[in-house]
Design a binder for this molecule. Structure first.
Ligand code: ACO
Length: 314
């Protein structure tokens, strides 16, 4: 896949649960330590929540308000998640109701690549449907065993969202590279009603390879060099994975690092990282974003999309 549509990102929002779990809290119940977790993952603390829909709605509302887009203007809601509130209905139905939207809504599951998949879908539909809210929202602790130190120290809960609007500008062409290798599904999975099982070192190895290759592919297809990218926003799985991919791409300067206070929040991690970039003043001007995710499946997804700071309300 290459060109998927013309659209820009015009608003960002985030929502985190109130409850903070520090590394020391985990070291009190698991055979681990703050030093091990920080040095091997870059994580210092993570949040634990209860309702995926409430978090998703809070993040979406902030993104809509940031974009100055009202609920009646929204043409579609796409919610990327691996940890919905129920099997049926989709969590996006609850979010539609909380927000009072009058558009269609659906959930999308491509694990940690889900948000980038959702951006690609939204970019292809914004021209016909109008502004689209794309949310990544997870209650990952719901599918994480609190007694499995290999996963419990990594995962956290949270939600992030963006608003995409269609554009006529050639500069706003959205490019995407989406993929999956289902033969690797045994590396990271959770059975229905069960907890995640992970082969950490193999996931690590494949994540670095897939994240790097996918980001390079989308740059090549778009004919854009890394120097022309304003921000590189990879899935925040582990700071060592983020650094390894950024280094291979020559994107150390543009890379957004945001795992320290949230842990790995799967489909929520890229919009949460975007929100952190905004707080740091890194989204003050229009710029090209390179988003790149990888995760269970194993899936991968990269997208080039422009950030356009929202216009002030008239
Ligand atoms: N605390 C202390 N020691 C630990 C812990 C822990 N939490 N976890 C593992 N160890 C130990 C291991 O038992 C091992 O001990 P040994 O040498 O005596 O056998 C040692 O630390 C090293 O283990 P490794 O697995 O080689 O450690 P590694 O440096 O690879 O880090 C980690 C493990 C953090 C899980 C890493 O492999 C990783 O981040 N993998 C990718 C995970 C990931 O991104 N998963 C999510 C994908 S996204 C999604 O879909 C949710």
């Amino acid at each position: 896949m290459s060109k998927v549509g013309r659209a820009g990102v015009v608003g960002v929002g985030a929502a985190l649960p109130d409850t903070v779990i520090t590394n020391t809290d985990l070291a009190n119940i698991l055979d681990t330590s703050d030093v091990w977790i920080q040095s091997r993952t870059g994580i210092v603390e993570r949040r634990i929540g209860e309702s995926n829909a409430q978090l998703a709605a809070a993040a979406a509302l902030k993104a809509m308000s940031h974009a100055n887009v009202g609920r009646r203007d929204i043409g579609l809601l796409v919610l990327a998640t691996t940890s919905p509130d129920r099997h049926v209905p989709a969590t996006s139905a609850s979010v539609q109701d909380i927000l009072g939207l009058s558009c269609g809504a659906f959930d999308l599951n491509a694990a940690c690549s889900g948000f980038v998949y959702a951006v690609a879908v939204a970019a292809s539909m914004a021209g016909t449907l109008g502004p689209i809210v794309v949310v990544g929202s997870e209650i990952l602790t719901r599918i994480t065993s609190s007694t499995d130190r290999s996963t419990a120290v990594l995962m956290g809960d949270g939600a992030g969202a963006v608003v995409l609007v269609a554009s006529d500008d050639d500069e706003d062409e959205v490019w995407a590279d989406l993929g999956v290798d289902g033969s690797l599904e045994s590396l990271l999975y959770a059975e229905l009603g069960g907890h995640m099982k992970m082969n950490g070192s193999e996931v690590f190895r494949n994540a670095v390879r897939m994240g790097t290759e996918s980001a390079r592919r989308v740059l090549d297809e778009a004919g854009i060099s890394m120097a022309e990218v304003g921000l590189f926003v990879p899935h925040q799985a582990n700071s060592r994975i983020v650094d390894a991919i950024a280094h291979r791409l020559g994107a150390d300067r543009q890379c957004v690092r945001a795992i320290e206070k949230t842990g790995n929040t799967s489909a929520a991690s890229i919009p949460l990282a975007l929100s952190k970039a905004m707080e740091e003043g890194r989204l003050d001007h229009p710029k090209r974003l390179l988003l790149s995710g990888f995760g269970a499946g194993m899936t991968w997804a990269s997208a080039l999309v422009r950030w356009r700071p929202p216009e002030a309300p008239k």
